[in-house]
Design a protein around this ligand. Structure first.
Ligand SMILES: [Zn+2]
Ligand SMILES: [Zn+2]
Length: 313
């Protein structure tokens, strides 16, 4: 079992600021729930935004600690794999202040340079009306301008993408006019998935769009119950449409990636490795991918993806 003294180390994986971790620990030590208001912080002040996002992130971690062995296993992996595998050349899924991330494009690029990456993908969230944590027209044009200027100042290849939600009809939830400025599209679902068949039809329609190259965090919204048929059908669709499935190394998905890897064996589905970064130090979640590197590097990898590049298009 995880010891109280491990809590701090575990929370540090979250990548949020130390003061928020200390704050969360005072509640944990008293066995109290973290005081947390649901909903969106709608202001522009960076410190309030950071507090809100940090508590949201820490709540996820505290929930994981309460849910059993995963937290302990993650902490073990975290302590075992101290570095990002040098064969991993980039990160496919990163958020910035233009949606619900905490950092600027330049801050992320500077850290990615320190890691030694060759390339990076910015993928802020598609719009939701009234939600200030999402892109809108004004933020999108700044996103494109800033990534453009920043890519001129770095040796990294900077890709512009968007993490697009899918409407009930299977339509990508952002204006068509944005397409011309983007290198490719990542799609994902952000809701509790109850009707597997309906969801699969939505995904199938969306990934047929030629610009869509990746389906992100395939386990979002799925219960831990038996979803074998759903996952197998999803992988069929991705395989048929030449869409990559994402191995997402946000902590809540790390252990489920073993299941995904197992399901991908014998298939020709492509895949990408991502951290889904919202805080700068989330970039180091790619350390978890190192736990998978030997598994990726066998027969499976040769058939599907050049793992050395972590890029397939
Ligand atoms: Zn997402
Ligand atoms: Zn994301």
């Amino acid at each position: 079992m995880m010891d109280t003294s491990d809590y701090k180390s575990f929370l540090e994986i979250s990548g949020v600021g130390k003061s928020y971790i200390e704050y969360a620990l005072t509640y944990l030590n008293n066995n109290d729930a973290l005081p947390f208001k649901n909903g969106i912080y709608d202001g522009k002040e960076r410190d309030k935004r950071e507090k809100h996002l940090s508590l949201m992130m820490l709540n996820k971690f505290i929930k994981m600690m309460g849910e059993g062995e995963d937290a302990e296993t993650l902490l073990n992996y975290w302590n075992t794999f101290r570095h990002i595998e040098s064969r991993i050349r980039g990160d496919f899924h990163i958020h910035t202040i233009f949606s619900d991330g905490m950092n600027t494009v330049d801050e992320i690029i500077a850290e990615a340079e320190k890691i030694g990456y060759s390339w990076i993908v910015f993928s802020d969230h598609s719009p939701v009306k009234g939600n200030s944590y999402r892109l809108d027209d004004e933020k999108f044009s700044r996103f494109i301008d800033e990534t453009g200027i920043s890519s001129g100042k770095t040796s990294l290849s900077v890709y512009k993408s968007i993490e697009a939600d899918i409407s009930p009809e299977g339509v990508l939830m952002f204006p068509d006019r944005w397409l011309k400025d983007l290198d490719f599209i990542i799609v994902s679902m952000h809701e509790n998935i109850t009707d597997y068949n309906k969801t699969l039809r939505r995904i199938e329609t969306a990934v047929k769009e030629p610009e869509v190259k990746v389906f992100a965090h395939p386990f979002y919204g799925l219960e831990h119950d038996n979803n074998t048929d759903y996952m197998e059908n999803l992988l069929d669709i991705l395989e048929e449409t030449d869409t990559a499935v994402e191995f997402n190394f946000a902590p809540q998905y790390v252990m489920r990636n073993f299941e995904l890897l197992h399901r991908c064996r014998g298939r020709t589905v492509k895949f990408v490795l991502s951290t889904d970064t919202h805080f700068l130090y989330n970039l180091y979640l790619m350390r978890f991918a190192s736990a998978f590197s030997d598994l990726f590097h066998g027969d499976f990898a040769e058939k599907n993806l050049n793992f050395h590049e972590n890029v397939y298009f």
